[in-house]
Design a protein around this ligand. Structure first.
Ligand SMILES: [Zn+2]
Length: 328
């Protein structure tokens, strides 16, 4: 038997203002006993009956088909704190490996026929909040929330009637509103282990300071080294201890990759770009790779070059075979 690694889940969700009804046995209910290391949220509709608040709850519970069933009135039923069978084949998506949705995501089955039934505002509000509360628990942002139809676009359409870009924007609003849960930022250091360390390691993967194969829940020398590198990259005290400032930096989206332009190959001119002019031609060209780029006199003079830097060659010089471009 497996016991949830999230015994405070109920309290955490309540702290977000959600109405929570735990289903008896949720802490030990599991689809199977294999690994559950959630770091994202997968959204569904139940495609259940058109009447009643949560008519699919019984079936989903009996078959362990998702961790949560969200009733039409916004009540969050906790079915399981362990792995469930809700994702199926799909992905890879948003850092979750192909076909590994059940291991890495919480499933929310929101009660809706999926046949054009309008979503009640109270249910949507709870949907956003539940997703935000789970993001908060894992120190991830709204980008970790996605739909079954995004995970498996060729075979799934749920949740029908919900545009996920808007959904994520609503989750972001609730995250920034600071309705933070009771799970305080734990101070982590070498020697620590457990779910909080998994959260830290997943955040370091998100920021590309660890790779996913290094997520093991043990804060050892590899994690410490990665954390120190992250801290110094973000201009924090690189002490290898994950405190509030480091958590705040980890929760931010990684900066866009800095694109370092490849050096432009040039014909060797002793360090200078070569300017060339063919006899009988008024244009001065810069030799860039396999091209000749027309450079106006103003442009090359502005760069401190003089006519002494312009190499005058015969019209038949091999450089004349290069493609000419007019870019300056
Ligand atoms: Zn689904």
């Amino acid at each position: 038997m497996v016991t949830t690694a999230y015994p405070n889940l109920e309290e955490h969700l309540r702290s977000w203002g959600l109405k929570v009804v735990p289903v008896s046995g949720w802490k030990t209910r599991s689809a199977n006993s294999t690994t559950f290391t959630p770091q994202a949220v997968l959204c569904h509709h139940t495609a259940g009956a058109a009447t009643g608040n949560a008519p699919s709850l019984r079936y989903i519970t009996d078959n362990v088909l998702s961790q949560f069933v969200l009733g039409r009135d916004g009540t969050v039923h906790i079915v399981s704190g362990n792995r469930c069978n809700h994702a199926g084949v799909g992905g890879p998506l948003r850092g979750i490996p192909k076909d590994a949705g059940n291991r890495y995501t919480w499933g929310i089955e929101a009660e809706n026929t999926g046949r054009g039934e309008p979503w009640p505002a109270v249910q949507l509000e709870a949907y956003y909040k539940l997703a935000a509360a789970l993001c908060d628990m894992h120190r991830v942002d709204q980008e970790a929330v996605f739909a079954h139809k995004e995970w498996a676009p060729t075979r799934k359409s749920d949740p029908n009637g919900i545009t996920m870009s808007s959904f994520r924007a609503e989750v972001a609003k609730r995250l920034s509103a600071g309705k933070g849960g009771i799970v305080a930022d734990p101070v982590l250091r070498i020697g620590d282990s457990g779910q909080a360390v998994i959260n830290l390691q997943n955040a370091l993967v998100k920021h590309k300071f660890l790779v996913s194969g290094q997520v093991d829940g043990d804060f050892g020398p590899t994690t410490e080294k990665a954390l120190k590198a992250f801290q110094s990259a973000r201009k924090l005290t690189a002490d290898g201890v994950c405190g509030p400032a480091t958590w705040a930096a980890l929760r931010k989206a990684p900066p866009a990759a800095v694109v370092v332009p490849a050096p432009t190959p040039t014909v060797s001119t002793g360090g200078k770009r070569m300017l060339v002019q063919f006899k009988g031609d008024n244009y001065v060209y810069e030799v860039v790779g396999s091209s000749l780029i027309h450079v106006s006199a103003d442009a090359w003079r502005a760069r401190g070059l003089t006519s002494a830097d312009v190499k005058i060659v015969e019209p038949t010089h091999p450089l004349s075979k290069l493609t000419r471009k007019n870019e300056y």
